[in-house]
Structures are given as structure tokens and as C-alpha cells.
Design a binder for this molecule. Structure first.
Ligand code: UT7
Length: 323
């Protein structure tokens, strides 16, 4: 008998305010055509003044709990993937824990930028397999709008705010790749590329800072590394692109999503795409896409799913799971 971390519930939250590409045309040298053609993005949600990452995460967490039919104290742990925690510390996850009224277990943040949800999911799986926790909520939540330099057209049109959450529970499996739950993961980072995508603020500067990105270089790494990491994770459990029902990729750029699917020989009909409506929500993008994909009726129980993401660090990775 093998223990598996199986998805029991999922939910998401998007801030009310929607910013269409046209809004940028009025104040920047850009166009709806350029943004759509180069990134696939048409609109993004932006948090209201005073609305924090932990607020968004709490809304997604409540939706996931309702979906699973669970109470906050049914959870043993909350792992929140974010690069935009409300404060330098404590972890935004502890704020979510308090907001939910959860009085037991433990909560902490994972910071691997856009790959954060993949890293958090792999960690949650490890905790369940080691017997440290039976039920873990994994959240991706971000307010990247707070990191934008609104005069920099090469970045500010790309990002958005949002949150998604899923609940994993320990269940018995057969130990084969037909089991439901997390089947494999592949995590990587290479700090030599840390200057390609970073925020020029933090404890060392005494400022929050703004996101800075060498987009073309990140694009090049993404196209090469995402298919590689997805294949590496699938290989671990004897599966290939042909076995995949859904790629649920990090939603940064439709051209990266398409190129990765092509390299994996998976047709676009089997890729969950939300980038047109959400923009790049960093660590929130995969749980948002999983939740929306489930709500659209795309993702069904038993489906084999590959998630893959890359971002600042560079950090990248993939998780293979059966829904
Ligand atoms: O989530 C974390 C990981 N991040 C990513 O995966 C993002 C990866 N990178 C990308 O998605 C793409 O590189 C971008 C969407 C950021 C940019 O697309 P691109 O096709 O790589 O364009 P580019 O950076 O090569 O820029 C092409 C031109 C430049 O003008 P010149 O130098 O050719 O005259 C830019 O100045 O487009 C210009 N440009 C814009 N024009 C209109 C850059 N931003 C804009 C804009 N509107 N918003």
C-alpha cells in the first residue's frame, strides 16, 4: 500500500476590478494588439486598495473548504505560495490561518516566485507521504499589481492579482501511475540567472521595489526548460505527453504555453488556458487555472494533469497528478 496526496477540493478568488488592455492605451505607448499578439493577455484583475494577498488567499481557501465539505480545523497545514506577502513577516499563511479561524496545525509561506505553487504542491506531497500531515491546503495568492512600475510598458501590462487553493488528503493508493493524487514532481533552480527577473527592493533597500524583467531572455529559458521539467516528472512514473489529459501551465504568455505543448506533443485542446482573462498572476496562476478548468468541465476525476512553471530565480518545476 502506498500513501497518495489526493485532491479533495479546489476554489479560487479574483478581485472585482477588471483592467482591459484598452486602459493601458490611454496612458502608455502600447496597444491592445501588441499585448494580445505578444502575450495572449486581454484583461487582468487588480486588487482594491487595502485588499491584501492574505485577503485574496482567504477567499480562495474558503471556496476550497466549501468544495471539499471541510472545516478549517480539519486541516493539518496551510502552505501559501506567494512573493507578495502582506508584510515581510509573519508568513501570510498565518494570516490566512487566523482569518479562517483555524486554531490547530501549522502554516507557512513558500517563495519560489512564479514556480511557487509547483514548489508548494511538491512540499505538501512530501509532508503527506512522510506522515507529517494528513490534510494540507496549498494556496497560490498574489498581488503583483503592488510590484508594478506603471510607467514600464514592458512589464506592467503583463501581470494581475488573484488566488487559488486546493486541499490534498492522504489516501491509500496502489503505488502505480493509475492512482489518484500527486504522482511525481521535478524541481529546479539556477541562481546564476537571478538578474533576469527580480524586484529591486526589499530588506536590503528599505523599499518594496518594482518588478524588473529581461522578458526576451526569460522567454527563451521558459520555452526550453518547461517541456524538459514536465518530461522529467512524467518519466519518473513511466508516463509521456501522450498520457496527459490536461497540461495546466503557468499562465505567463500564450506563446510560451503553445510552444511547451508543442514540445510535449500535446494538442492545445488538452491545455487549460486562462492567461487571456487573468494575465500573469505568478504563484496564483496554476491553482486559478486548475479551479477554472474544473469549473469549465475540462478537468474531471481520473484525468492525468501536468502542471509546469518557471519564474524568478530562475526557479522552475513540474508536478504530475491524477485528479
Ligand atoms: O512569469 C514569470 C516568467 N515570465 C515570463 O515567462 C515572461 C517571458 N517573456 C515574455 O512573455 C515576452 O518576452 C514578453 C511578452 C515580455 C515580451 O514579448 P517579446 O516578443 O519577447 O518582445 P520583446 O521584449 O522582444 O520586445 C519587442 C518590442 C521592443 O521594441 P524594439 O526594441 O523591438 O523596438 C519593445 O520595446 O516591443 C516593445 N514593447 C512593447 N511595445 C508595445 C515592449 N513592451 C511593449 C508594450 N507595448 N507593452
Amino acid at each position: 500500500m502506498t500513501i497518495r496526496a489526493v485532491v479533495k477540493g479546489i476554489g479560487h478568488y479574483l478581485p472585482e476590478r477588471i483592467v482591459e488592455n484598452a486602459e493601458f492605451e490611454a496612458r502608455l505607448d502600447t496597444s491592445d494588439e501588441w499585448i494580445k499578439a505578444r502575450s495572449g493577455i486581454e484583461r487582468r484583475h487588480v486588487a482594491a486598495e487595502g485588499q491584501t494577498t492574505s485577503d485574496l488567499a482567504t477567499r480562495a481557501a474558503l471556496a476550497a473548504l466549501a468544495d471539499a465539505g471541510m472545516q478549517p480545523d480539519d486541516l493539518d497545514a496551510i502552505i501559501l505560495a506567494t512573493s507578495t506577502a502582506d508584510l515581510t513577516f509573519p508568513a501570510a499563511a498565518t494570516m490566512v490561518q487566523a482569518n479562517l479561524g483555524m486554531t490547530r496545525g501549522f502554516a507557512f509561506d513558500v517563495q519560489a516566485v512564479c514556480a511557487g505553487f509547483v514548489f508548494a504542491l511538491a512540499n505538501a506531497n512530501g509532508m503527506i507521504l512522510s506522515g507529517q500531515a494528513k490534510r494540507v491546503m496549498v494556496i497560490g495568492a498574489e498581488t503583483f499589481s503592488r510590484l508594478m512600475d506603471w510607467t514600464d510598458r514592458s512589464t506592467c501590462v503583463l501581470f494581475g492579482d488573484g488566488a487559488g487553493a486546493l486541499i490534498l488528503q492522504a489516501e491509500d493508493g496502489s503505488g502505480t501511475n493509475t492512482d489518484r493524487g500527486v504522482l511525481a514532481s521535478d524541481l529546479n533552480s539556477d541562481g546564476r540567472h537571478r538578474d533576469l527577473l527580480y524586484v529591486d527592493g526589499g530588506v536590503s533597500t528599505g523599499t518594496t521595489g518594482h518588478l524588473r524583467m529581461q522578458g526576451r531572455d526569460v522567454f527563451r529559458h521558459a520555452v526550453e526548460k518547461l517541456a524538459q521539467t514536465a518530461h522529467a516528472a512524467l518519466d519518473k512514473v513511466g508516463l509521456t505527453g501522450g498520457d496527459v489529459n490536461w497540461i495546466v501551465p503557468h499562465q505567463a504568455n500564450l506563446r510560451i504555453i503553445t510552444a511547451t505543448a508543442q514540445r510535449m506533443q500535446v494538442p492545445m485542446e488538452r491545455v487549460v488556458v486562462t492567461v487571456q482573462d487573468h494575465g500573469n498572476t505568478s504563484a496564483a496562476s496554476i491553482p486559478l487555472a486548475l479551479s477554472v478548468g474544473r469549473d469549465r468541465g475540462q478537468i474531471k476525476p481520473g484525468d492525468l494533469i501536468v502542471t509546469e512553471a518557471i519564474g524568478g530565480g530562475l526557479a522552475w518545476g513540474a508536478v504530475v497528478l491524477r485528479w
